[in-house]
Ligand binder design. Structure first.
Ligand SMILES: *[C@@H]1O[C@H](CO)[C@@H](O)[C@H](O)[C@H]1NC(C)=O
Ligand SMILES: *[C@@H]1O[C@H](CO)[C@@H](O)[C@H](O)[C@H]1NC(C)=O
Ligand SMILES: *[C@@H]1O[C@H](CO)[C@@H](O)[C@H](O)[C@H]1NC(C)=O
Ligand SMILES: *[C@@H]1O[C@H](CO)[C@@H](O)[C@H](O)[C@H]1NC(C)=O
Length: 382
């Protein structure tokens, strides 16, 4: 079964054998020495992180790809090439022709399939119900790489591949579900066309449910996908509210035993949704921004000892405070924002005494100060 890794390895070999080709030609045509090109190509190969040993056996043919690789690389060194030129003179015409033929065949065999073709292979694999779990994981991992360029994501959407990936969200295997969510999230990121299609496929609701998964990794990727689907997408946000996605957010934010990455992602999404509300002034403000329990679960996060989480929570509150429907008195009396800000200040002072946290804590403190000022203005205290 072809895999993208396999093709990338082949591509590497093509580059290497081209180095060999150009050298072979140069050796034959002139016996003179114009090395720079071959040298550059060899460096390119080495830059790709492949460790290549110097080896210099000319035996008139290559018994293996490995042999060819060593030959090509060994001969990109000017000093060695000079030697090779001498050796090549000693080689019979037959031997040289044989080598050229081998290189040509190799290049033919290794024609790189297009990304579209690779995606189709992966999708066809996923459609195969008798595919092993391992191969299913691999097909999804390949798609994960392939959907990164926006054109590929659009192609996958046009070819119906996204429907197949969305179907994998119902798979029994947690790793399959995680990878499928990840692919959908990656493809949807900053891509309104894909967002719309994945939303139409009805993937949002299962993804919201998946955030409840007992596997932290699966939950994190599901929430990543939910965020990617509804970011800057009003229709998606409406579907999110209709599917009670905010309850999921509230559950995640208020559950201290959950993975910290998940909680950071949840509060970041709250800030994002508030920002979107702020920018779409013609849209009625949503009831969740008035929901005191929801707001309290955000406020409570600013005193959880994790600077990243605290920063995200503060930023969300800063945005929430700018909404018309926010009632500062609820934030004060029910959510305890004033005390929380005060407690946070002390925590940050402690963190600033730690040289590793000092700079970050100072940044967060500056946001905290701003939030305090805005809050006091809202309360009419300033
Ligand atoms: C080397 O070059 C000569 C003349 O350009 C050509 O006739 C010969 O076939 C070449 N040899 C190989 C092995 O390609
Ligand atoms: C489906 O997968 C199985 C197991 O890998 C394989 O033997 C079979 O050829 C595949 N079927 C198709 C139609 O590709
Ligand atoms: C997540 O699990 C909790 C507790 O098991 C449950 O109350 C809640 O409804 C679930 N949420 C979703 C969206 O499935
Ligand atoms: C909090 O998360 C843990 C771990 O996933 C879960 O077992 C527990 O039911 C959750 N608590 C609530 C109140 O949802």
């Amino acid at each position: 079964m072809p895999t993208i890794y396999f093709f990338r390895c082949l591509l590497l070999l093509v580059v290497i054998s081209l180095v060999g080709c150009s050298i072979a030609e140069k050796v034959n045509s002139s016996g003179g020495i114009v090395w720079s090109t071959a040298r550059d190509e060899a460096e390119l190969v080495e830059d790709s992180g492949v460790v290549i040993g110097e080896q210099d056996q000319i035996d008139g043919g290559f018994s293996s790809l490995d042999g060819m690789l060593h030959w090509a690389i060994g001969h990109s060194d000017p000093a060695t090439l000079k030697e090779a030129a001498k050796d090549a003179e000693k080689m019979s015409l037959d031997e040289l022709q044989k080598r050229q033929l081998e290189l040509k065949e190799l290049v033919e065999k290794l024609k790189m399939p297009s990304d579209a073709k690779l995606m189709q292979i992966a999708i066809d694999d996923l459609k195969n119900s008798s595919l092993s779990l391992e191969d299913r994981h691999r097909a999804l991992q390949e798609l994960l790489i392939l959907v990164e360029p926006i054109d590929n994501a659009n192609d996958l959407s046009k070819s119906g591949g996204l429907r197949v990936v969305a179907g994998e969200l119902n798979h029994d295997d947690t790793e399959v579900r995680k990878l499928a969510a990840w692919v959908l999230g990656k493809a949807s990121q900053n891509n309104p066309i894909v967002q719309e299609q994945v939303l139409e496929l009805g993937a949002l609701t299962p993804l919201i449910k998946m955030v409840n998964s007992s596997s932290a990794e699966e939950a994190v990727k599901a929430l990543f996908a939910v965020s990617a689907l509804i970011r800057n997408n009003i229709a998606g946000q409406d579907m999110f509210y209709a599917a009670h996605g905010y309850i999921m957010l509230q559950d995640v934010m208020s559950n201290g035993s959950l993975d910290i990455k998940l909680r950071r992602k949840a509060v970041f999404l709250v800030g994002d949704l508030a920002e979107s509300q702020l920018q779409n002034t013609e849209k009625d403000e949503l009831p969740i921004f008035k929901d005191r329990f929801f707001l309290k679960s955000v406020v409570d996060l600013i005193v959880v000892l994790d600077l990243d989480l605290q920063e995200k929570a503060l930023t969300a509150i800063q945005t929430l405070l700018q909404l018309k429907s926010i009632e500062p008195r609820i934030l004060k009396e029910f959510c305890g924002l004033e005390e929380a800000l005060e407690r946070m200040k002390l925590q940050l002072e402690e963190s600033m005494a730690d040289e590793y946290k000092r700079d970050y804590a100072a940044d967060v403190e500056s946001i905290r100060g701003e939030v305090e000022v805005i809050f006091r203005q809202k309360l009419g205290l300033l």
